[in-house]
Write a protein that binds this ligand. Sequence first.
Ligand code: CA2
Length: 149
Amino acid sequence: MARILILNGPNLNLLGTREPEIYGHESLEDIEIKCGNHGKAIGTDIDFRQSNSEGELVDWIQAAAGSTDGIIINPAAYTHTSIAILDALKQVDCPIIELHLSNIFSRETFRHHSYISPIANGVICGFGAHGYLLALDAISRLVSDKKEF
Ligand code: CA2
């Protein structure tokens, strides 16, 4: 069974409590449950985490090298600032999908640049919580394509 690590960056633990017009009404725990159910349906094993700490996210990415088949990451605000997360992801040899709840390109210009996009296999943004399920489908295809070679 493919092992997929889903990482969530700073403040995403507050989902559902504020700014629902941007991020929706679902909590991160709701999204984790949906991912777990969808993961089962498509035959993937999900490890779902959130941290407000850049260093902890880097540690988790480093530990994933060799033990995870794919990474889905919503780096939140670190998307726009973190060379450390970029460098960590560069060392991992598995498919990577960058994910955002909101359409970062329809928001402030400082959100239009991502340090992560250049090394991601793909980017999903603007579909709210449903984006997590889209990302799971996409990464599971990338993982099975990789195993065929
Ligand atoms: O759209 C996304 O998923 C973002 O990654 C969310 C980040 C933002 O900095 C990115 O530009 C786009 C912000 C996450 C903060 O989430 C909150 C949720 C509810 C209340 C307050 C913050």
